[in-house]
Design a protein around this ligand. Structure first.
Ligand SMILES: Nc1ncnc2c1ncn2[C@@H]1O[C@H](COP(=O)(O)OP(=O)(O)OP(=O)(O)O)[C@@H](O)[C@H]1O
Length: 448
């Protein structure tokens, strides 16, 4: 596998495409809604770079809360970027004034997940579709009405539907109405945020086909946000996999599905049911839940749950099960540390209510009572327990890192070119460095 470290985080991190329509560089969107209990911002999008070429569909996948919608909304400037730039055909839209932004918005639109709530029930279908034309003072009122009728037929509805109301339509038809409204001003770029997730499976295929036909007819470029990987595999040319505000892997769809590189992509794909029962493939079960995006871990964002985390040289031969339990201990310590930060938890403790995590003895009992722990590890665990008992979670974690940590917790990875399609396929993982084994074989050893 060809591997090349791309050091320059911005311009080259996701492959600079001269022909790109959208160029996103080191984009961050933080929600800084500081309140009484917390002043740390939520790092919803934490430094992503990628390109989208004209006429292509880029898929964006990842667990709930990883930042997909925020990224889509930031691309359309419905959320303000905290840092980085977004260039559409060379123009950095993060610097546009409100009038310029209003004019630019004609080019880029969004279709939302839930057609039930995204349409105003007090307006007729005609008014809903015509609204963006009215807002942008598009041509004459007569031409607007004409345009709405054309759009109704473009999305497979009838002209008579103009005078009906949203509640008179099914979920699929309502999504067609949303799509017609989106197309009214002839945009070049559309963010599709889970456009079929709320629909029945039989209707999903119809809407997907419609979106594909419209793309071909009008040369549209799509960012397709989804959690259903089979839909993504069907409709997307390339896919970006997101975790905790970062893009972990990006590449051509088929290549990424058949030859995933990043440990996170491996685990995401392993959760898809295997249609062929003769194929021996184990599901990779990830420990714990994704970290709170207010407190992303140092180093690699996936390090706290990664099933292929690099081990320090003195623990290479440790039993896999014990290694997994040690990782679980680390997650528990991190949770306790976060709780320690919360004023509410401190107040609860002060008034004698238990915190959510029980005692360290209980944790140890649960994690280590049924595995063999070598005495060298046991002595480290004892020292960690002493810190935890004294509510010194930071010290406990520091000690854990000292003994069991590696480059994964210490340094942010670089993007590496991986796979067969050298320029196109990139993964954000230390294991692609020549000093380490690739994630695939490690996961095979540890999980199959
Ligand atoms: N307006 C907001 N204020 C504060 N935090 C927010 C806001 N909107 C989203 N977040 C947080 O930002 C993070 C990313 O949310 P986002 O909705 O972008 O994720 P997602 O991947 O689209 O999730 P889902 O698939 O559930 O829609 C989450 O932790 C979420 O709670």
């Amino acid at each position: 596998m060809s591997q090349e470290t791309i050091e320059s985080a911005a311009e080259s991190s996701m492959g600079a495409h001269d022909e790109a329509m959208v160029k996103v560089r080191d984009l961050k969107t933080y929600y800084d809604n500081s309140g009484l209990f917390n002043s740390t911002p939520v790092k919803a999008v934490d430094g992503v770079s990628f390109d989208i070429r004209p006429g292509e569909t880029l898929g964006l996948v990842g667990e709930s809360g990883c930042g997909k919608t925020t990224l889509g909304r930031t691309l359309l400037q419905l959320e303000e970027a905290t840092d980085g730039d977004i260039r559409f055909d060379g123009t950095d839209i993060t610097t546009l004034g409100s009038d310029e932004l209003q004019t630019w918005r004609r080019n880029a639109q969004m279709v939302f997940q839930d057609p039930q709530s995204s349409l105003n029930d007090r307006m007729t279908i005609g008014e809903i579709i015509r609204e963006p034309l009215d807002v942008h003072d598009w041509k004459t009122p007569r031409e607007r009405n004409q345009r709405v009728k054309e759009l109704l037929s473009t999305v497979g509805l009838q002209r008579e539907h103009y005078y009906r109301y949203p509640h008179q339509f099914s979920g699929g038809q309502r999504q067609r109405i949303s799509i017609a409204r989106t197309l009214a001003l002839e945009p070049d770029f559309v963010v599709l945020d889970e456009p079929v997730s709320a629909l029945d499976v039989s209707v999903q295929a119809e809407i997907i086909n419609l979106l594909e036909d419209l793309q071909e007819e009008f040369g549209l470029t799509y960012l397709f946000i989804a959690h259903d990987l089979s839909v993504v595999r069907h409709i997307c040319d390339r896919v970006a996999v997101m975790y905790l505000g970062n893009i972990m892997e990006i590449g051509p769809t088929e290549e990424l599905f058949s030859n995933p590189s990043n440990p996170y992509t491996h685990s995401l794909l392993s959760a898809i049911p295997e249609p062929d029962p003769t194929v021996d493939r184990d599901r990779i079960t990830l420990q714990g839940t994704p970290p709170n995006p207010r407190y992303p871990p140092a180093g690699c964002p996936f390090s706290t749950r990664c099933p292929a985390r690099i081990r320090p040289p003195n623990h290479q031969d440790l039993d896999d099960e014990l290694w997994m339990r040690l990782n679980a201990l680390k997650s528990t310590l991190a949770e306790r540390k976060r709780a320690e930060r919360s004023i509410r938890e401190r107040v609860r403790a002060a008034v004698g209510k238990d915190t959510r995590f029980g005692t360290i003895d209980e944790t140890y009992d649960e994690l280590f009572s049924d595995v063999k722990v070598p005495s060298s590890i046991e002595s480290v665990l004892d020292r960690i327990a002493t810190h935890a008992e004294n509510h010194e979670e930071s010290e406990a974690i520091d000690l854990f890192h000292e003994e069991f940590g590696s480059v994964c917790e210490r340094e942010e990875p670089s993007y590496y070119t991986v796979g067969d399609d050298a320029d196109e396929h990139r993964s954000y993982c230390h294991r692609h460095d020549d000093d380490y084994r690739e994630p695939g074989p490690v996961l095979d050893d540890r999980h199959r």
